[in-house]
Design a protein around this ligand. Structure first.
Ligand code: NG6
Ligand code: CA
Length: 481
């Protein structure tokens, strides 16, 4: 970063805010139209706004896996979009970014969307007792999480390995194979879907009047209400900061916003001109504001690094009738980039990234160099002088040494970006996503090369004219795969 000092003796707090499906163009400071994000914009004006920052993958699970482990997700089986009853995808013997920070004396917490599996065996979790493997096995002192996504069962919060507000009269059962006898589903009982109807999929168990992916039974008073998820997650994040104000802490705060089902609190309804998706962005901005206010109130602003980014690119219709497509107007969720969530095009992995560290990062600055989230691990370790085991974070580099970044699409197509070019490997996949979202995939059965300088929107394939460049990128893909 411009002016990033590297005093090794320091242990600044770290608040890592990870939005879900928030696109490059979805924030005021990145050109959003139709929704205001004053808190995020203020953060940007006090820090650096990156204009070429990338998630590793264009969906959640692999993107988050890379971020927390420093390993490319295609090197590890089972890192695709996880079911709500998937087993722990990061194994206890892996050294995570949380382990690294713990080794430097940090208190560590994960609050929010998890989506990296729980328990030691898929489908065998005891949701009514204590999970036999959880985030405490991979470096987090505290967790208050949703197992997967808000559109996947189980629809309950989990705190330190146990379901919050567990209701013994309504034991929880979860299956991703078959429904439980006598339980309604969105498919068979559309009359029970009163809050948000599906546009595709999302027609299995119904919770809070919304159809989900997967089947669940029970839950009772432990079931979440979608309209208070942001309140609940934010309150727990704030509480963790308060309780750890006197020692170095790391907070991984992964919001549910703006993933589907978008069903923000009543007070955000109509906050944007774009319906529920825009209102969810306003709600995200509110959560950010609460975190920033807390840091200020506790006098922690100066000694805290705040990073704000997203797990993958944006999508409008991702399976619910929330009118995201109809009401988007002139707003461009992906900003100037082609494609979106799931894509091999830049819209899949190009994400907003804001970093604030008063006195170390120049306020109101911009950083145009190419950055990958996977490099956060080693960059931070270097900054803090942390020793990491020789086999840990194998693919994480100090961002200053990173000449190119790797990107993975939904079908595992690998792309490489450097400051001059974008290369997409051949894929036999379809040109458009097939199951509902209207998104260009970027898949073609031949090499694609785009000039970053003259064609950032990836419209003219210049692979044939630049065989040597293509060969160089193919070599990188071979090496990294
Ligand atoms: C898709 C879901 C989508 C979303 C996505 C994962 C359907 C029809 N679509 O399969 O709604 O949940 O998976 O999103 O089920 S992610 O941001 O967590 O990767
Ligand atoms: Ca996501």
């Amino acid at each position: 970063m411009a002016g990033c000092a590297t005093e090794r003796s320091q242990t600044p707090n770290i608040v890592f805010i990870l939005a879900d499906d928030l696109g490059y163009g979805d924030l005021g400071c990145y050109g959003a139209i139709g929704v205001e994000t004053p808190n995020v914009d203020a953060l940007a004006s006090q820090g650096v706004r990156c204009t070429d920052a990338h998630a590793v993958a264009s969906t959640s699970t692999p993107s988050r896996y890379a971020l927390l482990t420093g390993q490319y997700p295609w090197r590890k089986a089972g890192t695709d979009v996880a079911a709500g009853n998937a087993k722990m995808i990061i194994s206890p013997d892996q050294f995570t970014i949380a382990d690294m920070l713990k080794s430097r004396g940090y208190s560590t917490a994960a609050v929010g969307k998890w989506h990296l599996g729980l328990g030691s065996e898929t489908g065998k979790q005891d949701w009514n007792g204590t999970l036999d493997e959880d985030l405490s096995d991979i470096g987090f002192d505290y967790h208050y999480i949703m197992a997967a996504t808000s559109d996947r069962v189980p629809c309950v919060f989990i705190e330190d390995g146990k379901v919050v507000n567990h209701d013994p009269d309504h034991p929880i059962e979860v299956s991703y194979k078959a429904n439980f006898v006598g339980e309604p589903t969105g498919r068979d009982n559309p009359e029970l879907v009163y809050n948000l109807r599906s546009s595709h999929g999302h027609d299995m168990s119904i919770v809070n009047g919304i159809g989900r992916i997967g089947y669940m039974k029970g839950g009772g008073r432990a079931l979440w209400k979608d309209e208070t998820i942001a309140d609940s997650l934010t309150a727990h994040a704030v509480k963790f900061i308060e309780e750890n104000a006197s020692k170095p802490f790391f907070l991984y705060f992964a919001t549910n916003d703006v993933h589907v089902p978008r069903f923000p609190a009543e007070r955000f309804r109509g906050a944007s001109a774009m319906g529920l998706r825009g209102d969810a962005i306003a709600q995200f901005d509110w959560s950010v504001g609460e975190i920033l206010k807390t840091l200020e109130r506790l006098g922690l602003e100066k000694n805290t690094i705040v990073v704000l980014t997203s797990d993958n690119g944006p999508v409008l219709d991702d399976g619910y009738q929330d009118q995201a497509e109809e009401l988007v107007g002139d707003h461009r969720p992906s900003g100037p980039w082609r494609g979106g969530k799931y894509s091999a095009y830049e819209g899949g992995t190009m994400v907003p990234m804001i970093i604030r560290w008063p006195g170390h990062v120049e306020a109101g600055s911009e950083e145009g160099r190419i950055i990958s989230q996977i490099d956060g691990f080693r960059t931070l370790a270097d900054l803090l002088g942390a020793e990491i085991p020789s086999d840990a974070a194998p693919d994480s580099r100090n961002y200053k040494d990173a000449e190119y970044v790797m990107e993975m699409s939904n079908d595992h197509t690998l792309s490489v970006r450097d400051k001059d070019w974008k290369y997409i490997s051949p894929s036999n996949g379809p040109e458009m996503i097939q199951w509902g979202p209207k998104i260009e995939t970027g898949y073609r059965p031949y090499d694609q090369l785009f000039s970053r300088q003259t064609d950032p929107g990836e419209t003219v394939n210049v692979a044939a004219k630049n065989p040597e460049t293509v060969a160089r990128f193919k070599q990188i893909v071979d090496k990294e795969r």
